[in-house]
Design a binder for this molecule. Structure first.
Ligand code: UDP
Length: 312
């Protein structure tokens, strides 16, 4: 039987490349599209030469042409770390808006099911804790994070509009902080920054007083959740993340311990509109997808620290 084809936008990025692996392993044909502005071809180099894998270097804010049948589209293209979208504000807005429009056009043309990678950032600096899918969020549209938050909120809106108006099969995952191998050591996020600083015995830069919280999910758990969501019947957004919440200061201490580092913690200015708390309510994913994260932070961190060590 001919394999089904899945198109993965942002397929050379951190999450996209893990999804390429997952779908190749599940016996799909994978077409990976990436313009490599934050993605890296090293992440997919091991798939080069695989007859079921095709890489297309393309900016999806321009018309997307794919020959032949497409059954599924996973839309993961976007700068996704705060310093990336601060450096690339227009590209971030364009890929969330024009890129998502093009992806939905491709889904309509091919009669494919489209899954949108949305984000916990749609909840902004949340006034409801933990965050449940029915919370509408607290976002500053003109703040520096607004370019990402509003692009993703628009992406959700246009995805639902295509579903309602054109009857496109759509799924929306709201991804909370995720980490693991293939994260860029210098992407500016707390986790790779702290691990690299600790491995080099440099000061650990905690922003603000470190009382803000995050909840970190290991990438293999996230990929499992996304796979289950794609093949479920759920149209409305579903949170996928690990609810194990920790303050950023405690997290910095944990990284120092796990790396046996001599680093000290230093405190720097908190960026504007930095969410004070973040924790997914995953009741919906548990119930309808029968999904639960299984990798503990310590276990996931050990693997990830090993990966970052290999880059030194
Ligand atoms: N953070 C920090 N030091 C850094 C980078 C980030 O203290 O070197 C903080 C950041 O202000 C935020 C948290 O760590 O409160 C998580 O930031 P990250 O960039 O990982 O992503 P976010 O969850 O804010 O999207």
């Amino acid at each position: 039987m001919a394999k089904e084809t899945v198109v993965i936008t942002g397929g050379a990025g951190f999450l996209g490349s893990h999804l390429c692996d997952k779908f190749i392993n599940e016996d799909f044909r994978v077409v990976c599209i990436d313009n490599l502005i934050t993605g890296n071809s090293d992440n997919i180099a091991h798939l080069a030469g695989n007859e079921n894998f095709l890489f297309i270097k393309h900016d999806i804010t321009n018309y997307i042409f794919i020959a032949g049948e497409v059954h599924y589209i996973l839309h993961f293209a976007s700068p996704a770390s705060p310093i990336d979208y601060l450096k690339l504000p227009i590209q971030t807005l364009k890929v969330g808006a024009l890129g998502t429009h093009n992806v939905l056009g491709l889904a309509k043309e091919k009669n494919a099911r489209m899954l949108l990678a949305s984000t916990s950032e749609v909840y902004g600096d949340p006034k409801v804790h933990p965050q449940k899918e029915d919370y509408w969020g607290n976002v500053n549209p003109i703040g520096s994070r607004g370019v990402y938050d509003e692009a993703k909120r628009f992406a959700e809106a246009i995805t639902m509009a295509y579903h309602r108006y054109h009857s496109i099969e759509t799924r929306i995952v709201r991804i909370f902080n995720t980490y693991g191998t293939r994260m860029r050591p210098n992407d500016g996020r707390a986790l790779p920054t702290f691990v690299m600083q600790a491995l080099r015995n440099k000061d650990i830069t905690v922003f603000g007083d470190g009382s803000q919280t995050r909840s970190f999910c290991y990438v293999s758990d996230l990929v499992d959740g996304i796979y289950k969501l794609l093949f479920s019947d759920e149209i409305n957004p579903v949170n996928i993340g690990n609810p194990d919440e920790i303050t950023i200061k405690e997290f910095a201490e944990e990284v120092i311990n796990l790396t046996d580092s001599n680093s000290r913690i230093v405190f720097e200015e908190l960026p504007l509109n930095d969410p004070q708390v973040r924790q997914p309510d995953i009741g919906k994913a548990k119930k309808i997808l029968n999904w639960n994260p299984i990798v503990s932070r310590i276990e996931g961190l050990k693997t990830t620290i090993g990966y970052f060590k290999s880059l030194l």
